[in-house]
Design a protein around this ligand. Structure first.
Ligand code: PHE
Ligand code: ZN
Length: 869
C-alpha cells in the first residue's frame, strides 16, 4: 500500500476557503443523504484547481453556482475540480453524497452508536460525510438541518443554537441549527436519537445564562448527576483561574457507548464515551468519578483552547491538547489534591510516555512527519505536551503565564494558530527569553540529567554539577541541549530545609539548565546537605544521582515536597526490585532489606499525618511501572520479584495493616477527598493482606459488605491477583449482577485479563464469546484485549509466543473493522527493541505476518513499518 507521509515543513496556505456551509441530513441507518452547500472563496488569485477531501461514501452529484458540473476528477481520497473556466472569487458548490451509517464500524464520520446516530470528525472524519476542504485552517459558519423519523429520533442535535424546526407528514421531523462561531470541519457534530435528558443552567460571571443539557441512554439518568456537577464546576473554575467565560447560550453533552477515544470537544455539542459520563456509587469507582470530572473539564476547556483558538494544521495538535491537558490538570489540582494529581500524572508520563519516546513511534510533541494523523493522539502530544506547558508555567510564574495566555488568546481568537504563535505570545508577555526552550517542540526523546555534588567543608560551599544529554531516538539521532527547569531543595542531616544562597544572597530554587554541563554553587552551607532534585517533577526527564538508601530515607521522611517523598519511596522499591532481579538471574535466593520493611512500617504507623500520600507511597508499583526502569525488560522476572516483595511486605506488616484496615470505617459512600483517601489506604492494606493467611476471609467479607463499586472492585481485584479460593464465586456473583451492563462488565473483563493464572490466555479467548462482550465496541476490546496485552506483561510476553499470536489474530480482524483501535492495540507489539532476542524474533514474526495482510490500514502500516525498520 502506497501510504504517503506528510511533513510539517510542507505546510501551505489553502488556495481556497469555505466561508459558509449549509448541511442537510436526511437520516436513515441504511442510506443517509447529505447535501452540502458551501460558499467558497478563492484566496489565491492564480488558483484553478480545487481539491476536496472525501472517501467512504457514494458520490451522487455536484453543482457549481446552481449548474451541473462535470469538470472534475475523482480518486480514492478526493475530488478535484477544474475551475479554469470559472474566474470567480466567490462561488457556491452543492454536493450530494449517500452514506451507510449502520455499516460504519470505524466510528469516524457519521455512524450509529446503539440506535442513535452520531458523528466523529476529528481529525479527518468530516471527509467521510461529504467532499470538503477538510483541514483545520479552513473556518466556516455552519448551518445544519437534520431530518429523521420522529419516534425513533426525537432529539436532533448539532452545533450552536436551534433556529427552526417542524414536523413532516411522513412521521419525520426536522430541526435546524446554526453555529455563529466560524469553525474547522473537525469540530462539526450531529447527534440524533432517543435519550434521557438532564437539564441545568449556569450563569456566567458577566451574568449570561447558559442552558446545560446532558443526554444519556434511556434509563441512565441516575448516573448523570456527577457529570453535570463537574461541568458547572469546570465553567466556574475557568472563569476564576483563567478569566475565560462560555460563549454560547447552550452547552450540550451526549454520552454514547461506541466511541474510539475519551470524548470530543465539538463546538457546543460534546460527544462523550459513556465511560466518562456515567457514574453512581454502585457502578463507578473513585477513579471513575475522578476521570469523569477531568474529562468533562478537559472538553469544556477546549472551548477556548482548541475551538475559539484552533490549530493551523495537525502538526500543531499539542497547541490545543498539551495546553488543555495542562488546564485540566490544574483544575484537578486546585479542586482536589495537588500532590496526588501530580504523582498520578508523573506515573503515566514515566511509564507510557517514556516508553513511547524510547520506541519506534518516538516523535516530538510537534511531530515532523505523519502518515495517519490518528496515530498522533499520543501521550507524547498530550501528556508530554502538558509538561512543556507546565515547565513554561514554572519558568514564568502564574502571573506572567496568565498574561501570556491573555495575549495568546487576544491575538489568535477566531483563528487557526501554531505552537510558535503560543510561545511567541508567552515570550513577549513575560519578557523571558524562550529561544532555547522552543526546542522542546522539535526534539523527541527523554533527556537525562546527571547530577554530581561536592561539599567544600572549608568554604562552606556546596556544588551541584548538572549535565544533560538526550539519547538518540528512532526518529532523530542528533540531539541538542534543552532549557530544563530543575527545581531543588537542600536538607541538613536533621531533615531541615536550607535556604539557598550564592555569594550574593538568596537564589531561586529553580535552576536553569541550558548547557551540557553547569555547576551551581551554594554558599553558607554548614554541613554536607542532602539534595532533593526534580521537586514536583519540574521537567519530563530522567534523573541520575547516586542516592544512598540513607539519603532516600531522609527525604522520604522529611522532604517538604510531597512528590519528592513519594519518589524516594519509589526509588527504594525499585532498588530492591533490581537487586532481587539480579539475585534471581544468578540463581540466588531473593532477599528483602529490613530497612525497607521498617520504613514502610513507619509510614503506615504515621498514616494519619497524610492519608493520601501514605496510600500512594505504600502502593506497590505495577509491573509496567517497574519495567520502564530497565533498558531490556524481563517480564517474568519482574512479575516474580514483585510478587516476592508484596508477599514479604505483607507478612512483615500484617498486624499493622490489619489494624489500619479495621480502623478505617466509612459507613456511607461519598466521592469526596477525605473519604477517597481513606478508602484508597484501606484498599491498599487489603491488597497486601490478600496474600497473607487472613486474605481469603477478609477479601470475601470486604466484597460482601461493600456498598460501592470502589470497594467491590478492590475486593474482586485482590481476590483475582492473589488467586484466592473465593475468587471464582465473587467473579460469578459480579457477572450475574452486571451482565446486562457492558460498561460495568469492562471492569470484570479487565480483571479476567490480568489473572496471574497459567491459562489466562485461554480464558481471554473464551471470554470473547461472552454475551456481554462485543467485538465492535472499543470499550469492550480495550477492557479485555487491551488489558491482557498491556497490563499482563508476564502472560502477553510468554516465551512460547502465544500472546503475540493472539494479538496478531485480533489485529487482523480489527484492522478491517476499526483501524484506529487496531493501531492502539498494536502498541505493545511494536516495542520489540526492549526485549531479549528470543522474544524479539517472535514479535518480529507477528509484525511481518501483519505487514502482509490485505487492506492493511495506514494506521497499522505506519507503526509496523517503523517497528521493522
Ligand atoms: N480532541 C479530543 C480530546 O482530546 C480527542 C479526540 C481525538 C476524540 C480524535 C476523538 C477523535 O479531547
Ligand atoms: Zn483534548
Amino acid at each position: 500500500m502506497p501510504a504517503k507521509a506528510k511533513y510539517r515543513k510542507d505546510y501551505k496556505k489553502p488556495d481556497y476557503t469555505v466561508t459558509d456551509i449549509f448541511l442537510d441530513f436526511q437520516l436513515d441507518p441504511q442510506q443517509t443523504q447529505v447535501t452540502a452547500k458551501t460558499a467558497v472563496q478563492r484566496l489565491n488569485p492564480e488558483a484553478q484547481q480545487l481539491r476536496l477531501d472525501g472517501h467512504g461514501f457514494q458520490f451522487a452529484s455536484i453543482e457549481v453556482n446552481g449548474e451541473p458540473f462535470s469538470a472534475y476528477r475523482q480518486d480514492a481520497e478526493s475530488l478535484s475540480l477544474d475551475l479554469s473556466g470559472l474566474n470567480q472569487e466567490r462561488f457556491e458548490l452543492e454536493i450530494v453524497t449517500l452514506l451507510k451509517p449502520a455499516e460504519n464500524t470505524s466510528l469516524q464520520g457519521l455512524y450509529q452508536s446503539g440506535s442513535a446516530f452520531c458523528t466523529q470528525c476529528e481529525a479527518e472524519g468530516f471527509r467521510q460525510i461529504t467532499y470538503m476542504l477538510d483541514r483545520p485552517d479552513v473556518l466556516a459558519r455552519y448551518t445544519t438541518r437534520i431530518t429523521a423519523d420522529k419516534s425513533a429520533y426525537p432529539y436532533l442535535l448539532s452545533n450552536g443554537n436551534r433556529i427552526a424546526g417542524g414536523e413532516l407528514d411522513n412521521g419525520r421531523h426536522w430541526v435546524e441549527w446554526q453555529d455563529p462561531f466560524p469553525k474547522p470541519s473537525y469540530l462539526f457534530a450531529l447527534v440524533a436519537g432517543d435519550f434521557d435528558l438532564l437539564q441545568d443552567r449556569f450563569v456566567t460571571k458577566s451574568g449570561r445564562e447558559v442552558a446545560l443539557e446532558l443526554y444519556v441512554d434511556k434509563g441512565s439518568l441516575d448516573r448523570a448527576d456527577w457529570a453535570m456537577q463537574s461541568l458547572k464546576k469546570s465553567m466556574k473554575w475557568d472563569e476564576e483561574r483563567f478569566g475565560l467565560e462560555y460563549d454560547l447560550d447552550i452547552y450540550m453533552i451526549v454520552a454514547v457507548d461506541f466511541f474510539n477515544m475519551g470524548a470530543m470537544e465539538n463546538k457546543g455539542l460534546n460527544v462523550f464515551n459513556s465511560k466518562f459520563v456515567l457514574a453512581n456509587p454502585a457502578t463507578a469507582t473513585d477513579e471513575d468519578y475522578h476521570n469523569v470530572e477531568a474529562v468533562i473539564a478537559h472538553e469544556y476547556f477546549h472551548n477556548w483552547t482548541g475551538n475559539r483558538v484552533t490549530c493551523r494544521d495537525w502538526f500543531q495538535l499539542s497547541l490545543k491538547e498539551g495546553l488543555t491537558v495542562f488546564r485540566d490538570q490544574e483544575f484537578s489540582s486546585d479542586t482536589g489534591s495537588r500532590a496526588v494529581q501530580r504523582i498520578n500524572n508523573v506515573k503515566l508520563l514515566r511509564t507510557v510516555q517514556f516508553a513511547e519516546d524510547a520506541g519506534p513511534m518516538a516523535h516530538p510533541i510537534r511531530p515532523e512527519k505523519v502518515i495517519e494523523m490518528n496515530n498522533f493522539y499520543t501521550v507524547t502530544v498530550y501528556e508530554k505536551g502538558a509538561e512543556v506547558i507546565r515547565m513554561l508555567h514554572t519558568l514564568l510564574g502564574e502571573v506572567r503565564f496568565q498574561q501570556g495566555m491573555q495575549l495568546y488568546i487576544a491575538e489568535n481568537d477566531g483563528k487557526a494558530a501554531t505552537c510558535e504563535d503560543f510561545i511567541s505570545a508567552m515570550e513577549r508577555a513575560s519578557a523571558v527569553d524562550l529561544t532555547v526552550f522552543r526546542r522542546w517542540y522539535s526534539q523527541s526523546g527523554t533527556p537525562e540529567l546527571t547530577v554530581n555534588d561536592e561539599y567544600d567543608e572549608r568554604n562552606k560551599i556546596y556544588r551541584l554539577s548538572v549535565s544533560q544529554a538526550t539519547p538518540p531516538t528512532h526518529d532523530q539521532l542528533d540531539k541538542i541541549n534543552l532549557h530544563i527547569p530543575l527545581k531543588i531543595e537542600l536538607y541538613d542531616g536533621q531533615g531541615h530545609q536550607l535556604d539557598l544562597q550564592d555569594e550574593h544572597g538568596p537564589v531561586s530554587n529553580v535552576l536553569n539548565i541550558l548547557q551540557d554541563n553547569q555547576v551551581f554553587e551554594f554558599h553558607h552551607v554548614y554541613a554536607r546537605p542532602i539534595p532533593a532534585l526534580l521537586c514536583d517533577f519540574s521537567a519530563p526527564v530522567k534523573l541520575d544521582y547516586d542516592y544512598s538508601d540513607e539519603q532516600l530515607l531522609l527525604l522520604l521522611k522529611h522532604a517538604e515536597n510531597d512528590f519528592v517523598r513519594w519518589d524516594a519511596a519509589q526509588t527504594l522499591l525499585a532498588n530492591e526490585l533490581r537487586r532481587n532481579l539480579q539475585r534471581q538471574q544468578n540463581g540466588e535466593e531473593m532477599l528483602i532489606s529490613p530497612l525497607l520493611l521498617d520504613t514502610f512500617g513507619a509510614i503506615l504507623e504515621d498514616y494519619q499525618q497524610d492519608i493520601e500520600l501514605t496510600a500512594l507511597m505504600l502502593t506497590l508499583p505495577k509491573e509496567t511501572e517497574f519495567a520502564e526502569r530497565f533498558n531490556v525488560i524481563d517480564p517474568s522476572g519482574i512479575h516474580a520479584v514483585r510478587q516476592f516483595l508484596q508477599k514479604n511486605i505483607a507478612e512483615y506488616l500484617k498486624t499493622m495493616l490489619l489494624k489500619v484496615y479495621h480502623r478505617i470505617d466509612l459507613p456511607q459512600y461519598r466521592p469526596e477527598r477525605q473519604d477517597i483517601a481513606q478508602r484508597s489506604l484501606r484498599n491498599v492494606c487489603l491488597s497486601y493482606l490478600a496474600v497473607t493467611e487472613f486474605g481469603n476471609a477478609l477479601v470475601n467479607t470486604h466484597y460482601l459488605h461493600a456498598n460501592n463499586m470502589t470497594d467491590t472492585l478492590a475486593a474482586l481485584s485482590a481476590a483475582t491477583l492473589a488467586a484466592l479460593p473465593c475468587r471464582d464465586a465473587l467473579l460469578a456473583d459480579f457477572e450475574q449482577k452486571w451482565a446486562h451492563d457492558g460498561l460495568v462488565m469492562d471492569k470484570w473483563f479487565a480483571l479476567q485479563a490480568t489473572r496471574p493464572d497459567e491459562d489466562v490466555l485461554q480464558n481471554v479467548i473464551k471470554l470473547m464469546d461472552h454475551p456481554s462482550f462485543a467485538f465492535n465496541n472499543p470499550n469492550r476490546l480495550r477492557a479485555l484485549v487491551g488489558s491482557f496485552v498491556n497490563q499482563n506483561p508476564n502472560a502477553f510476553h510468554a516465551v512460547d509466543g502465544s500472546g503475540y499470536r493472539f494479538l496478531v489474530e485480533v489485529l487482523i480482524k480489527v484492522n478491517s473493522s476499526n483501524p484506529q483501535i487496531a493501531s492502539r492495540l498494536i502498541e505493545p507489539l511494536i516495542r520489540l527493541g526492549r526485549y531479549d532476542a528470543q522474544r524479539q524474533t517472535l514479535m518480529k514474526r507477528g509484525l511481518e505476518r501483519l505487514a502482509k495482510i490485505e487492506n492493511l490500514s495506514k494506521d497499522l502500516f505506519e507503526k509496523i513499518e517503523k517497528a521493522l525498520d
